[in-house]
Design a protein around this ligand. Sequence first.
Ligand SMILES: CC(C)(COP(=O)(O)OP(=O)(O)OC[C@H]1O[C@@H](n2cnc3c(N)ncnc32)[C@H](O)[C@@H]1OP(=O)(O)O)[C@@H](O)C(=O)NCCC(=O)NCCS
Length: 164
Amino acid sequence: MKKVSIRFIEESDLPLVQEYVSKKQVADTTNVPFPYPANGALQWFEFVEKEKEQGNHHPFAILYYEKFAGSISVRIEKNEIGAIDYWVAPPFWNKGVGTRAAQEAINYAVKELGLKTFETCCLKENPGSGRVLEKNGFRFVKEFEIGSGDKHEGKKANLYRLEM
Ligand SMILES: CC(C)(COP(=O)(O)OP(=O)(O)OC[C@H]1O[C@@H](n2cnc3c(N)ncnc32)[C@H](O)[C@@H]1OP(=O)(O)O)[C@@H](O)C(=O)NCCC(=O)NCCS
């Protein structure tokens, strides 16, 4: 059995998505609202399934020894640049789950989608996410201030890039 694997998200994952994404530790460093709405996971699922049909969003469950442990998405942005968004459920932090899941998602994006360049941002105050990216070959590009209208408006974020 593989320690960390990914597969497409399924409707049966939604109770755990709802439970984990509602946690402040996950909301603090993502764009997820806090408090999380009661039907948030279902709304998210319906949105990403539509985007998946259009081919520009590939949403996965992260499994740790087959147990649901988080989610990671590959999005295709303009100019065929890939982006990865991810969260790992707090009980599974610091076990290499984020790092391995990102590796799996990048492999999928390269092999199945033909992507060669990836750009992803994370808050400066989220060094764990920066390490996940660096351990997968991403290089720091620049620091920038998050613009108005965003949940994290005024905070500093780091942009990372990976060229295959
Ligand atoms: C960020 C996150 C994905 C990391 O996932 P994880 O499975 O714990 O990461 P890993 O176990 O693969 O650890 C990756 C590296 O980051 C380091 N790390 C993890 N959390 C850290 C923290 N809070 N501060 C500093 N380093 C940290 C680990 O030590 C490891 O580095 P090392 O191998 O050099 O020791 C997880 O904490 C999370 O989901 N947070 C909430 C949501 C979020 O921030 N998502 C990303 C938005 S950009």
